[in-house]
Design a protein around this ligand. Structure first.
Ligand code: NDP
Length: 295
């Protein structure tokens, strides 16, 4: 009998998007200001194009104006920087997002450094990450995917303070900021990565697991402490001849096994995935409010 509560990210994301839409129209009414999000896409990766299209659609649904700069895959770093600079200076733009990964001839550091921190809605500027890591400092923005993970824990009433948390993965965009956020919320955090010996020895002690690895079904039922809460960020295609596309998406965690042992778990898809865009919209509204000093 599966006993775990399913954490419905799709439902929570919808709630947040509606909250954002309400905030956007309030701001528009009061100040005549419409929040704006600019997306910079370089190259023709299919997955990136899909993400950008989804972000645009979500913006429109929330009443946020979207701006777009689509550059060819051989665009120079200078051209990318020029677009960032013009969005930095455009008062109609309150958030700037550079779709990653960039083509390999462009230096990602230079590009992310160029986004002004007041418009860094992805939270990837080193100043925002640095503040996230420091006590008594406040980042202007927190990266959307890990923020979405924490938001799910909050909205499902999961206590973080004093708990043992394990984050699997230490990437700049998910694992590392997720660990920093959990620590800010007074969890005791271990970070497990590809060089960790016997990762299951860490996960078995965890009250909360956030997994952001990209390995299908890596986390077995036997890795999980009874009653743990599991947030599965992984999105992994596995072959599936029954699906019309020939594959389906699964998480990093063996869902069927975990549901017997955990107290709550996010499904894949429908868990963390929809939260990322919801947090992006929320960050964009927050930015517009801060820039216009509106509450
Ligand atoms: P990265 O590939 O950048 O990072 C993966 C991390 O997992 C690395 O830190 C790596 O360790 C670690 N790792 C790899 N293999 C193992 C292993 N066998 N055991 C333990 N740790 C391991 O991925 P991302 O952080 O960008 O993404 C992780 C997953 O989350 C992917 O499936 C991605 O598709 C998904 N994702 C979902 C999002 C969403 O829901 N909206 C957004 C972003 C990502 P090391 O540092 O040592 O290399």
């Amino acid at each position: 009998e599966p006993s775990a509560k399913v954490i419905d990210g799709k439902r929570v994301a919808k709630e947040i998007r509606e909250e954002v839409a309400a905030g956007v129209s309030k701001m528009k009414e009061a100040l005549g200001v419409v929040p704006g999000l600019a997306v910079i896409l370089v190259g023709d990766r299919k997955d990136s194009a899909t993400y950008v299209r989804n972000k645009k659609k979500a913006c429109e649904d929330a009443g946020i104006k979207s701006f777009e700069a689509c550059l060819p895959k051989d665009a120079t770093e200078e051209e990318v920087l020029k677009h960032i600079s013009s969005f930095n200076n455009d008062p109609a733009v309150h958030g700037i997002l550079v779709q990653l990964p960039l083509p390999s001839h462009i230096n990602e550091q230079n590009v992310l450094n160029a986004v002004c921190i007041e418009k860094d809605v992805d939270g990837f500027h080193p100043l925002n990450i640095g503040r996230l890591a420091m006590r008594d400092r406040e980042p202007l923005f927190v990266p959307c995917t890990p923020k979405g993970c924490i938001e799910l824990l909050h909205r499902y009433g999961v206590v973080i303070k004093g708990k043992r948390a394990v984050v699997i993965g230490r990437s700049n965009i998910v694992g590392m900021p997720a660990a920093l956020l959990l620590q800010r919320e007074d969890a005791t955090v271990s970070v497990v990565h590809s060089r960790t010996k016997n990762p299951e020895e860490f996960t078995r002690e965890a009250d909360i697991i956030i997994s952001a690895v990209g390995q299908a079904n890596m986390v077995k039922g036997s890795w999980i402490k009874p009653g743990a809460v599991i947030i599965d960020v992984g999105i992994n295609p596995v072959e599936d001849s029954e699906s019309p596309r020939g594959y389906r998406l699964v998480g990093d965690v063996c869902y069927d096994e975990a549901r017997q042992i955990a107290s709550a778990i996010t499904p894949v898809p429908g868990g963390v995935g929809p939260m990322t865009i919801a947090m992006l919209l929320s960050n964009t509204l927050t930015s517009a409010k801060r820039i216009h000093n509106f509450n």
